[in-house]
Design a protein around this ligand. Structure first.
Ligand code: TYC
Length: 113
């Protein structure tokens, strides 16, 4: 019968010399990616129509809507809201459909934040 020697350093008798590695697994909370919905300027869509779109589809009050419309008018583009992919996609579709039905060239897009 073969007996394996037990070393003094092998305190738990498992064949190694007590080296512990602490691995801490941080629980990662996954947040869904967010998307900015952008409104683009053009030369033809009436200002009042854009204000109406912002009130109707983005739940903004009249003052906020005028402010954002003027930002787009002056700067060319503005973020009108930040949403999950599905909500952003729906907002863009609603605005594009409403603009088309009213024969305005208003453009609305989304981009990952
Ligand atoms: N530039 C347009 C005008 O002078 C107004 C406008 C504002 C159009 C915002 C589009 O997203 C827009 N009638």
């Amino acid at each position: 019968m073969k007996l394996s020697p037990i070393l003094m350093s092998d305190k738990d008798g498992d064949g190694d010399s007590e080296s512990a590695v602490i691995t801490k697994t941080k629980p990662k909370t996954q947040r869904p990616p967010l998307y900015k919905v952008l409104l683009l300027n053009d030369d033809y869509t009436p200002m009042e129509f854009v204000v109406h779109v912002l009130e109707r589809f983005f739940g903004l009050n009249h003052a906020q809507s005028v402010e954002i419309m003027l930002t787009v008018h002056k700067k060319g583009v503005a973020v009108v809201g930040v949403f999950s992919y599905e909500i952003a996609e729906t907002k863009v579709a609603q605005v594009m459909d409403f603009a088309r039905r009213n024969q305005h060239p208003l453009q609305c897009t989304m981009e990952k934040e």
